[in-house]
Write a protein that binds this ligand. Structure first.
Ligand code: BV8
Length: 237
C-alpha cells in the first residue's frame, strides 16, 4: 500500500512493451534483422556504416506506427496520477509507448526512436512524418548538415539525465523494476543504489533477472497481468 506521499521510482525495460508487439533484446538474443544490437547500436558502427545503422533504426521507427501502449503502460499512468510529484518513471525503452499512454514524469535514459539529432548543431526533432521514414537520410532544418542521427544512446555513450536519475533513486522509498533483464549498465546498477539507501525494492519480470536477489519482493509473470493488478492494490482507494 502506498501513501500518496510515498516517493516511488520505476525503471522499465523492453519487457513492458513486449505485449504491445515490440521485440525484447533478450528474446531476440539481442539480434535485429540479423545484426547483433551491440554491433549496430554504437557510434563506431554509425561512423563506419551509417547506411546500415540508419536502415536498422528506420525499421524500428516505422514499427512505432503499428503498435500501441498496453494495460501495463496505462497502470503506471494511474500510479503517477495518485503520487503526482512523488513519482518518477525512468525507462530504458526507446519506444514512445509510455508517453502515448499518458506518462509525463518520464525520463528516456536511452533516448527515443521518434527523435533525430543533428551532430553539428545539436538540434533535436521529433521526426515521424512519412518523409522522415524512408531509407534516405534526413537533413537538419537548422544547419547545413544533411544527415541527422537517431537520438538514441548507443553502447559506449553516456545515458541521458544520469544526475537527475541518481538524485531520484537516492531519495526514493520504493524502487520498482518492470520488464528488464538487469543486463545493461548503468541502468541495471540503479537497483543496488536503491537497496543501499533502504528503499523497498520490487521486481516484476517474466523470468528472474540477473540481479533478482536484490529485490525485497519479486513477482514473476507478464507485466500486462501483474502491473495493473499490483498497482490497483497499492493505490489506496
Ligand atoms: C555506458 C538504445 C559509459 C539502443 C540501449 C564494454 C565496453 C563499453 C561499455 C561496456 C562494456 N561492458 C559493459 C559496458 C557497459 C554497457 C553495457 O551495459 N553493455 C552490456 C551489453 C553488458 N553500457 C553502455 O555502454 C552504456 N553506456 O556505459 O557509458 C560511459 C562512461 C563515461 C562516459 C561515457 C560513457 C549505454 C547503454 C545504453 C545502450 N543502449 N538502447 C537501441 O535500443 O537501439 S540498451 C538496450 O538494451 C535497451 O535500451 C535496453 O536498455 C537494453 C536491454 O535491456 P532490457 O530493457 O532489460 O531488455 P531485455 O530484453 O534485456 O530484457 C527484457 C526482460 O523482460 C527480460 O528479462 C524478459 O524476461 C522480460 N519480459 C519479456 N516479456 C515480458 C517480460 N517481463 C514482463 N512481462 C512481459 N510480457
Amino acid at each position: 500500500m502506498f501513501e500518496p506521499n510515498t516517493k516511488v521510482v520505476i525503471l522499465t525495460g523492453a519487457g513492458i512493451s513486449a505485449e504491445s508487439g515490440i521485440k525484447t533484446f533478450r528474446a531476440s538474443d539481442g539480434v535485429w534483422e540479423n545484426h547483433r544490437i551491440e554491433d549496430v547500436a554504437t557510434p563506431l558502427a554509425w561512423m563506419k556504416n551509417p547506411k546500415m545503422v540508419w536502415e536498422f533504426y528506420q525499421g524500428r521507427r516505422k514499427q512505432l506506427l503499428e503498435v500501441d501502449f498496453n494495460v501495463a503502460h496505462r497502470a503506471l499512468v494511474e500510479l503517477e496520477k495518485y503520487l503526482e510529484d512523488h513519482f518518477l518513471l525512468i525507462t530504458q525503452n526507446v519506444d514512445d509507448l509510455h508517453s502515448r499512454a499518458g506518462s509525463e514524469r518520464l525520463i528516456h535514459m536511452h533516448g527515443e526512436l521518434r527523435k533525430l539529432r543533428c551532430e553539428k548543431c545539436e538540434n533535436i526533432v521529433i521526426a515521424m512524418e512519412k518523409s522522415h521514414l524512408t531509407d534516405k537520410f534526413v537533413s537538419c532544418e537548422k544547419c547545413s548538415s544533411n544527415r541527422l542521427r537517431p537520438h538514441i544512446v548507443w553502447f559506449h555513450e553516456m545515458p541521458f539525465k544520469m544526475n537527475e536519475i541518481y538524485d531520484a533513486v537516492e531519495r526514493c522509498e520504493v524502487f520498482m523494476a518492470i520488464g528488464t533483464s538487469g543486463h545493461v549498465y548503468p541502468a541495471a546498477g540503479l537497483l543496488a543504489i536503491a537497496k543501499d539507501v533502504g528503499a523497498h525494492c520490487i521486481g516484476i519480470n517474466l523470468e528472474p533477472p540477473e540481479n533478482v536477489d536484490l529485490f525485497d519482493e519479486f513477482h514473476q509473470g507478464l507485466a500486462g497481468e501483474l502491473v495493473p493488478e499490483l498497482i490497483s492494490k497499492w493505490i489506496k482507494k
